[in-house]
Write a protein that binds this ligand. Structure first.
Ligand code: SF4
Ligand code: SF4
Length: 506
């Protein structure tokens, strides 16, 4: 159910007064059973949950009809929900995400895109240290002596996250710098996995020996993303600034695969490696791992290499190329499902570009299909039905970032300054920041998006009909428009005239 702009306005006004008191009734802590919101969902999905008489009564008489109605309204497939929420390794994360969504509606009303009561995912830049010197590093990481949290402080952070908004964080991703460089990485990752639904790590791969891959597996880390800039050593090593980086990173990929870890190769595509795209896709297919395209965002060290940014046409080419791959998988699984069960995994080709939703939507329409991949998200069946609720760019809304010293930012790709530094997770109240910080609210409301006039025509994300499924990359807007977070994303094909005016000085 993708709503049009009028419905986007009307549905929240009608539904919010009805939903808020209903969720209020369900959002209670039972001293015996725990959170009723989460338990009632499990009961609805058929999980064997034993509840006290009061919780059972509310689950059956109030929650069940409500969830039934909601899932029909959103065209959510109950079998799919059962398989994801109860039987998959994402289950705990999905259930917590549901709880945060409901609490978000209770707190802030229905909004499009919606705002959960706490982020679904936190990316934790675990250290400023790194053994490589990549040109595009958003963190400007290296052999730095900047202040970082101690092991005990890092555990305190995880204690806070594990109870966030009374539900707990669904997903945590360790990033950096290079997270594996910290000696306490495995101690902290193991501690995290006991408290957070889904834990992943983004690494340059060079330190993932066979022994480390086994430790990653033993820590219970669900997913490893390894940066590879080209399909051959030359491109990768030149960009990473260290010889043999490619060979070591590929060893890391292979070691993770051998351990049976869900593995992804991730590539920041720019003007010097765009010709590697097809080869990287072939490499990911050959290794049977996922492929993630990272958007080039001129921030951190990448700010000095702004000329590497792709043009809107080049970015569109990238998105169409990977979009075609994922749509082929989607069509294949659909065909196979008609004649039985399909084992084809669709969620293999991703992009952090929010425009990926628009591109996959249009491409799928050519096949008479309605399929869409939300930026940063897995291509799950049913996501297209709630695409405008999920809303593309999730900075400061579905996700946020922690710095190695515990500072909170809306997204890793924002520079650190007085405006973007929202507070510190150990010193400040995270939930108060999430509820009230003016910079977050500036970011979250799509009606704030701006337009510019180029050659007498309005251009920008503000007038775009796809702003509720995309919204443009807010970090790119912030970078190109000197701190204006609501400016257009000039990397989008719809904003090409603005790109030409600003970059090409046409
Ligand atoms: S104009 Fe903005 S909102 Fe529309 S598709 Fe492009 S980046 Fe997204
Ligand atoms: S600002 Fe939004 S689209 Fe850009 S990288 Fe961050 S979350 Fe993704």
């Amino acid at each position: 159910m993708q709503l049009n702009n009028l419905e986007n306005f009307v549905v929240p006004i009608i539904a919010t007064p009805f939903l808020k008191p209903l969720i209020n009734n369900l959002d209670r802590e039972c001293s015996k059973d725990g959170n009723l919101l989460l338990n009632s969902l499990k009961v609805f999905l058929g999980a064997p949950v034993s509840l006290c008489p009061t919780c059972r009564h509310i689950s059956q008489k109030i929650a069940k009809p409500f969830y039934e109605l909601g899932s029909r309204f959103l065209h959510a497939d109950k079998n799919f929900m059962q398989s994801q929420f109860l039987n998959s390794e994402y289950g705990e994360a999905w259930i917590r995400g549901f709880g945060l969504m409901m609490k978000g509606i209770k707190k802030y009303g229905i909004r499009i895109p919606f705002i959960p009561s706490a982020p679904f995912e936190v990316v934790w830049n675990f250290t400023y240290q790194c053994n490589l010197r990549c040109k595009h590093c958003y963190e400007n990481a290296g052999n730095t002596k900047q202040e970082e949290l101690s092991t005990e402080e890092a555990k305190k952070v995880l204690d806070i996250l594990s109870n966030i908004s009374g539900i707990g964080l669904p997903a945590l991703s360790f990033s950096g710098g290079e997270p594996l460089i910290r000696k306490d990485f495995f101690e902290i990752a193991t501690y995290a996995k006991k408290r957070i639904g889904y834990v992943s790590v983004a690494s340059n791969g060079t330190l993932i020996t066979k022994d480390k891959a086994k430790k990653i597996k033993d820590a219970g880390i669900n997913y490893v993303e390894i940066s590879i800039d080209g399909a051959t050593p030359k491109v990768h090593n030149e960009f990473r600034g260290v010889p043999k980086a490619f060979e070591k990173a590929m060893e890391g990929v292979k070691n993770c695969i051998e351990e049976g870890i869900d593995t992804c190769i991730a590539t920041v595509l720019h003007r010097d490696n765009i010709t590697e795209l097809e080869k990287l896709i072939a490499l990911s297919k050959r290794l049977d791992v996922r492929f993630m395209h990272f958007n080039y965002i001129p921030t951190g060290r990448a700010k000095a290499f702004v000329e590497l940014d792709l043009t809107p046409e080049e970015r569109l080419h990238v998105l169409e190329t990977i979009g075609e791959e994922i749509i082929k998988l989607y069509l294949k699984t659909k065909r196979e499902s008609r004649s039985g069960n399909s084992n084809v995994k669709v969620d293999k080709f991703f992009s952090t570009c929010p425009q990926y939703a628009c591109v996959t939507k249009e491409l799928s329409q050519k096949f008479g299909e309605k399929f869409m991949v939300e930026a940063h998200y897995a291509a799950k069946k049913g996501v297209e039905n709630i695409a405008n609720f999920l809303g593309g760019c999730g900075a400061g809304r579905l996700y946020c970032c922690l710095e190695p010293n515990g500072d909170i930012k809306p997204c890793v790709f924002f520079p650190t300054n007085q405006e973007t530094g929202l507070g510190n997770i150990l010193r400040d109240d995270f939930e108060e920041i999430w509820d009230t910080h003016p910079f977050l609210w500036k970011l979250r409301v799509r009606e704030n998006l701006e337009n510019y006039i180029v050659n007498g025509k309005h251009v920008g994300c503000g007038i775009c009909s796809d702003k509720y499924i995309c919204g443009g990359c807010r970090a790119r807007a912030y970078s190109y428009f000197s701190g204006n977070v609501n400016a257009p994303d000039i990397g989008c094909i719809h904003n090409k005239s603005l790109w030409e005016k600003i970059i090409m000085k046409k």
